[in-house]
Ligand binder design. Structure first.
Ligand SMILES: C[S@@+](CC[C@H](N)C(=O)[O-])C[C@H]1O[C@@H](n2cnc3c(N)ncnc32)[C@H](O)[C@@H]1O
Length: 383
């Protein structure tokens, strides 16, 4: 059987999902043929061996995954209802709580509300004829999402394979304010450090405004698959008996990391979240008061999600705050790589070189190179 699995990511970041796939395919899927094809807002993965469903757990950069389960021509609601009651749902549906979403373009059926109502009724009919067995469901897998996409009368039916979005790693017991989504943190790290290749035992990775430490946790788990949570596909009847993933520790790397945070109250969060990582140092101070000599390595790589001035307030005009940051990094860390995430509007005002741009919570943001003395090729992608 052939499968088509779609990894969803913000528009503009698709190539980083392919980059991650290329980086990890031999580590986890050696000798298993998988084709990757970019589309707007995601990457399609095509394979025959069901073991490749573990891409969902291995890839840290996508937001979520969908599996294509059917495709047929459809021009009216009765046909839609009829067709949907005949889908082999037993292969995928394990929950009674099913949400239907839809999109339609250039098709005869255009009213998405009616499409969704019809699909929900078809599913209800199917469910009443096929009562689900009780499964040990967790919070992660309670709701299942079915997505119908109609383009020129061709209906494609997809099912969510993640459950909760993939950026929910379940690693952190507590969070700071405005934490960065883990999948974005992973992508920005891969860009700045060339997939961690630029880090060695003489280089320290610094997050000068680390909050809950998302960059830190992603760097620590860069090559490991996502553990400590469930994914929807693990409950699909069609994948019963799937061999589990095995950790391959040969790629693991020791990261020297320092998080700076001026809010001391985050100390107890860090103690809980990074309990097993004694090589990590935290400094609870104002970054602007720190000198190069406060850090232990010869060389530093700085990565930072700067406050945007909305949820995380700063005591001055936000533009002056950014200018102060850039000046401080330039003065103290002149020969180091430094990448910052900030609203695109300020990236343009400050004439920073933008390495990647995307929408974060509805806001256009850019990951920018700060130092003119920046010294890596900083693409994270080998073409
Ligand atoms: C946008 S949040 C960072 C979120 C972080 N990336 C995460 O995922 O949790 C910015 C953080 O910078 C801290 N901060 C602001 N100004 C600072 C300064 N001058 N020195 C050190 N930390 C600062 C804030 O307390 C806040 O936790």
């Amino acid at each position: 059987m052939s499968y088509e699995l779609s990894a969803i990511i913000s528009i503009g970041l698709e190539k980083y999902v392919v980059n991650e796939f290329n980086l990890k395919k031999d580590q986890y899927f050696k000798d298993l043929p998988i084709k990757a094809k970019v589309f707007k807002g995601g990457v399609g993965f095509y394979f025959d061996d069901p073991f490749c469903f573990h891409l969902i757990q291995v890839l840290r950069s996508p937001t979520k995954f969908f599996l294509k389960i059917a495709e047929f021509k459809c021009r009216d609601l009765p046909k839609l209802f009829n067709k949907l009651t005949k889908v082999p749902w037993e292969n995928y549906i394990y929950s009674k709580s099913i949400k239907v979403t839809s999109t339609a373009s250039k098709s005869r059926l255009i009213n998405t509300k009616k499409i969704e109502e019809t699909a929900s009724k078809a599913l209800e009919k199917w469910l009443s004829a096929n009562p689900r067995k009780k499964l040990p469901l967790t919070d992660f897998t309670k709701d299942q999402i079915i997505h119908l996409s109609l383009i020129e009368d061709l209906l494609t039916l997809r099912i969510n394979c993640s459950g909760e979005p993939n950026f929910k790693r379940n690693l952190r017991h507590t969070q700071g304010i405005a934490p960065l989504r883990e999948n974005y943190a992973y992508i920005l790290l891969s860009i700045l450090t060339n997939n961690l290749k630029d880090l060695n035992n003489k280089t320290e990775l610094i997050d000068p405004m680390c909050g809950s430490g998302t960059f830190l946790s992603e760097a620590l788990n860069f090559f490991g698959f996502i553990k400590g949570r469930d994914f929807s596909y693990q409950y699909f009847y069609a994948l019963k008996g799937l061999k589990p993933l095995v950790e391959n520790s040969s790629h693991l790397k020791k990261i020297y990391f320092c998080g700076v945070e001026k809010n001391k109250y985050l100390e107890s969060f860090h103690q809980k979240n990074f309990l097993n990582s004694p090589e990590i140092k935290f400094i609870y101070n104002d970054f602007f008061l720190l000198k190069r000599s406060n850090f232990s390595s010869e060389k530093q790589i700085l990565i930072c999600n700067l406050p945007y001035g909305k949820r995380i307030k700063v005591n001055e005009d936000i533009n002056s705050f950014y200018e102060k940051f850039i000046k401080h990094v330039f003065n103290e860390f002149k020969d180091c790589s430094a990448g910052v995430l900030l609203p695109t509007i300020f990236a343009k005002k400050l004439k920073l070189k933008q390495l990647a741009s995307f929408k974060n919570g509805g806001l256009n943001v850019s990951f920018c190179q700060v130092n003119p003395g920046f010294n890596t090729n900083a693409t994270g992608v080998r073409d």
